[in-house]
Design a protein around this ligand. Structure first.
Ligand code: LM2
Ligand code: CA
Length: 485
C-alpha cells in the first residue's frame, strides 16, 4: 500500500483535465469530498503560451504545456485568487490539489504572446530566463537509446531548460515552494523522463527542505524496453518517497478488457512487468494516451463506454498502486485536428466549464463535441472510490472466482467483494465472500446514502455466501462502508 494514501484513508485521485478553478472548487464541495477522493490533478496553473489555432483546431489544450512564466495571475483555468480559493475550499473537504508542474521546458515556437498578454521570444522570457538558462547546443530529442539526447535536447521543439544550473533549479523550486505554501498537496512532474534524475532530485530536495509538510510527488516517466532512461532510475528521488507513472498498467488492461480474457487478471501486478505497487500511479488512460499523444500503445477511453467503466471498476478494486481517474471533455480521435481540439470554450477561447450557469450540478455526461464527459461522475467509477477507501486495510485479494472467460469476481478480505461481467449475458451466482454477515448496498446498481440504498441490497449469510447479479457488461460491488443499518 502507499504511505500517502494510508495517511488520509482516501486512496484515489482524479485528473480534472482543463477544468476551471472555480469549477474544481464546486466539484470538491459537491462531489469529490463526499465521495472520498483524495485529490485532484489540475491543469498547469502558470502563465503559458496562448495558441489560437493548432493543427487547425481552435485553442488547443496543449498550449498549457508551453510555459511562459511561473506567474499564476492568468492561466486558461483562471486567476491566482481563484486558484487560492479553490485550494482552500478543496482542502476544507479533504481533497488535495495536485499541480501539473511543467518544469522541463518553456514554450515552443519562435515568439508569441502569453495567456496574460505578455510577449516572449525564443530563449527570452523577460524577468525569468534567457540564453544561458537553456541547454546548448540546441538539439532535438530523437534518440531514446541515449540519455543525454533525451534529457538535454528539445522535446517536440520545446525550449529545454538547463536544469543543471543553480539559477534554473532555484527558479523552479521557488515556483513549487510558493504553490506548497498556498496549500497545494502534490505535484505531477511533467516530462520527468526528460530531466536527469540528478537535476530533478536536486529540485525535489530543495523544495522538500523548505516546506512544512512534504508534498506528494509523482513523476511522469514513460517506460519502454531497451531505452536508456527507465522509471527505476527515478525511484530513489526525494529520499525514495516519490511515485512514478506506470504506463504499462493501462496498456495491459487494454489488452484484457478490449479483446483479451479477464480471467487472466488473477495475477495482474509486478509479475506482469509492472513496477512495485508502492511506487506506482496506476491509470486506465491519461490526457495524452486517450488521444494518441506521447508515443504509441492502445488505451481504453470513455469512447469504449461500458468496457471503460468495467476497467475502472477493476482498477479501483484491485490492490495495486495509487489510482488516477481520468475526467475528460468530449473529443474525436480521427485526426491531429481532432486530438488538438481544446476544451469547450466561449468566443475568444475562455473555457466554458461544466458548472458555467449551473447552480446545483455540473453539465456532464455529454459526449458530443462541446460537452464534458465527467467519467469521475459515472456511478460505478465514483462509487468504487468508496470501495477502495473501505478496503484499504486488507491489501490481499481473496475468494477469486472466474468462469475461464470474461466473468470474474474477487474479494478484499472482510472488507469488500466485486463481480465484473464482460459478457453479453447477465451473471447471477451465489459467491463465497469473506464479508461479515449482513445486508449491503450494491454500489454499482445504486448509491448508498445515510444508511439507505437506491440499488440492489445484497445479503451476506453467516457462512459468507451472497447472491450477486452483474448485468451484461456490468458489475456489482459491496463493501463495509456501504452496509445497511
Ligand atoms: C508531456 N508529458 O511528458 C505532456 O503530458 C504532454 O501533453 C506534452 O505534450 C509534453 N509532455 C510536453 O509538455 C503536449 C502535446 C504536444 C504539444 C506539447 C506542447 O502532446 O503535441 O506540442 O504539449 O504544447 C505542440 C505541437 C507540436 C510542436 C510543439 C512545440 O503539437 O507539433 O512541436 O507544440 O511548438 C514542434
Ligand atoms: Ca530536459
Amino acid at each position: 500500500s502507499t504511505a500517502h494514501a494510508q495517511a488520509s484513508a482516501r486512496t484515489a485521485f482524479v485528473h480534472l483535465f482543463e477544468w476551471k478553478w472555480t469549477d474544481v472548487a464546486k466539484e470538491c464541495e459537491t462531489y469529490l469530498g463526499p465521495k472520498g477522493f483524495a485529490g485532484v490533478q489540475v491543469s498547469p496553473p502558470n502563465e503559458h503560451n496562448w495558441v489560437t489555432s493548432g493543427n487547425g483546431a481552435p485553442y488547443p489544450w496543449w498550449m498549457r504545456y508551453q510555459p511562459v512564466s511561473y506567474n499564476l495571475d492568468r492561466s486558461r483555468s483562471g486567476t491566482r485568487a481563484e486558484f487560492q480559493d479553490m485550494v482552500n475550499r478543496c482542502n476544507a473537504v479533504g481533497v488535495g490539489i495536485y499541480v501539473d508542474a511543467v518544469i522541463n521546458h518553456m514554450s515552443g515556437g519562435s515568439s508569441g504572446t502569453s495567456s496574460a498578454g505578455r510577449s516572449w521570444s525564443y530563449h527570452h522570457y523577460p524577468g525569468l530566463y534567457s540564453g544561458y538558462d537553456f541547454h546548448s547546443p540546441v538539439c532535438a530529442v530523437n534518440n531514446y537509446s541515449n540519455a543525454d539526447n533525451v534529457q538535454l535536447c528539445e522535446l517536440s521543439g520545446l525550449q529545454d531548460l538547463h536544469t543543471g544550473t543553480p539559477y534554473v533549479r532555484g527558479k523552479i523550486a521557488d515556483y513549487l515552494v510558493g504553490l506548497a505554501n498556498m496549500g497545494v498537496k502534490g505535484f505531477r512532474v511533467d516530462a520527468a523522463k526528460h530531466i536527469s534524475p540528478g537535476d530533478l532530485g536536486a529540485i525535489i530536495d530543495n523544495v522538500n527542505s523548505r516546506v512544512a509538510t512534504r508534498p506528494y510527488w509523482f513523476l511522469e516517466v514513460i517506460g519502454a524496453p531497451g531505452e536508456a532512461v527507465q522509471p527505476e532510475q527515478y525511484f530513489g528521488l526525494g529520499g525514495g518517497q516519490v511515485n512514478v507513472t506506470e504506463f504499462n498498467y493501462g496498456k495491459q488492461l487494454y489488452g484484457k478488457f478490449a479483446n483479451g480474457r479477464l480471467a487472466d487478471l488473477e495475477t495482474f501486478g509486478p509479475t506482469w512487468g509492472l513496477m512495485p505497487s508502492h511506487k506506482a500511479v496506476a491509470f486506465v488512460d491519461n490526457h495524452d494516451k486517450q488521444r494518441g499523444h506521447g508515443g504509441g500503445g492502445s488505451y481504453l477511453t470513455y469512447h469504449a463506454g461500458s468496457t471503460y467503466n468495467l476497467a475502472n471498476v477493476f482498477m479501483l478494486a484491485w490492490p495495486y498502486g495509487y489510482p488516477s481517474v481520468m475526467s475528460s471533455y468530449a473529443f474525436n480521435r480521427a485526426s491531429e485536428y481532432d486530438t488538438s481540439f481544446g476544451p469547450p470554450h466561449h468566443s475568444g477561447g475562455a473555457t466554458k466549464g461544466p458548472w458555467d450557469g449551473n447552480v446545483s450540478s455540473p453539465a456532464c455526461f455529454n459526449q458530443q463535441i462541446g460537452g464534458w464527459v465527467c467519467e469521475h461522475r459515472w456511478r460505478p467509477i465514483g462509487n468504487m472510490v468508496g470501495f477502495r477507501n473501505a478496503t484499504l486495510g486488507t491489501w490481499a485479494v481473496t475468494d477469486w472466482w472466474d468462469n475461464d472467460h470474461n466473468q470474474i469476481a474477487f474479494g478484499r478480505g472482510d472488507k469488500g467483494f466485486v463481480v465484473i461481467n464482460k459478457e453479453g449475458a447477465a451473471l447471477t451466482r451465489n459467491f463465497k465472500t469473506s464479508l461479515p454477515a449482513g445486508r449491503y448496498c450494491d454500489v454499482i446498481s445504486g448509491d448508498y446514502l445515510n444508511g439507505s440504498c437506491t440499488g440492489q441490497v445484497v445479503t451476506v449469510d453467516a457462512g459468507g455466501y451472497a447472491t450477486l447479479t452483474a448485468p451484461p457488461y456490468g458489475a456489482a460491488a459491496i463493501h463495509v462502508g456501504a452496509r445497511m443499518r
